[in-house]
Design a protein around this ligand. Structure first.
Ligand code: PBE
Length: 298
């Protein structure tokens, strides 16, 4: 009898300890009685940087799907993919905030969880966003950004290369060399530069590391002096709105960056989409036995 009580309180202590320390996914994976999805991942969704639109969308998903026991963990794109790799290698459960295009879909077998409530919106496009006045000040840069347009596969190729260890600027240069026809369309009729400085802001999302490096390299080859600044999502939009930055090519619209667009309405020029057919949502390895965000409730 006494023994039983001790056992029970030990078990409770262990559960509480695991929930509190947060690093318990390794211990929970091999339980013989099938744990719920929530238990198996400590009720954690591995997020990225707090300024990302997908973080706000995930906070809404937690609310809309009644997942108040769950925590969205802040981090970065790099920390998220590191956690994914670690879990994947051991075939452990993990739930991440994910998006397409991204190299993780070619490196791992992953699936989006269905989103029957449509919290994450549908397909989107990535837009090039310029500061007001760029057209007058640097018409060549404005025109290049306006004509910059590629596909998810193009971006994917650069991303995969970078993930495999190629430096971003080298991966960009290589892609440009191999896709001179496409680049020729972007640069058609574009006035060359003479060392004028161009400031491009971007966030360290793998998709934007790829696109921004490619655009920067094309502009450099045209004779401009490009300064890339890596910032958070908020400052990226603020920089273009207050004119301290010339442009970014990372506007996920209409939904993911809707808040920023609303906040800076009239203070930037939307040059239209540079890539079509993006997606955001909750992503899990295919070996996980769930299909929908609704399955997280159980
Ligand atoms: N992302 C990648 C960004 C936009 C680009 C989906 C992580 C976001 O959520 O804001």
């Amino acid at each position: 009898m006494f023994k039983k009580v001790v056992k029970a309180s030990l078990a409770i202590g262990l559960t509480i300890g695991l929930a509190a320390c947060g690093g318990g996914s390794e211990e929970t994976g091999n339980s013989s009685s099938p744990a719920s999805v929530g238990e198996s991942v400590d009720y954690k969704i591995v997020g990225i940087d707090p300024g990302a639109g997908i973080m706000k969308a995930t906070a809404s998903a937690i609310e809309e799907y009644g997942l108040e026991d769950w925590t969205l963990v802040e981090g970065s794109g790099a920390a998220m993919t590191a956690a994914l790799k670690k879990a994947y290698d051991k075939e452990e459960p993990i739930i991440i905030t994910g998006w397409t295009p991204h190299w993780k879909f070619s490196a791992f077998d992953l699936k989006y969880l269905e989103d029957p409530k449509g919290v994450y919106g549908g397909e989107e496009n990535i837009h090039s966003i310029a500061r007001i006045g760029l057209k007058d000040d640097l018409p060549g840069v404005h025109k290049l950004l306006d004509q910059f347009n590629w596909t998810a596969d193009d971006m994917g190729n650069v991303m995969v290369d970078i993930n495999e260890g190629t430096k971003p600027e080298e991966a960009a240069a290589k892609w440009i060399e191999e896709n001179s026809d496409k680049v020729a369309q972007w640069t058609e009729g574009v006035q060359e530069g003479n060392g004028e400085e161009v400031k491009l802001a971007y966030v360290a999302w793998d998709s934007e590391i790829a696109s921004t490096n490619v655009v920067a390299k094309v502009l450099t080859d045209l004779g401009y002096k490009v300064k890339m600044s890596q910032v958070e999502a908020g400052p990226m939009w603020t920089g273009v709105a207050d004119g301290s930055v010339d442009a970014h090519v990372a506007g996920w619209l209409p939904v993911t960056h809707a808040d920023y667009v609303e906040k800076y309405d009239g203070k930037f020029e939307d040059l239209g989409s540079n890539l079509e057919g993006t997606k955001i949502g909750l992503v899990v390895p295919k070996y996980m036995d769930i299909d929908s965000i609704e399955d997280l409730k159980e």
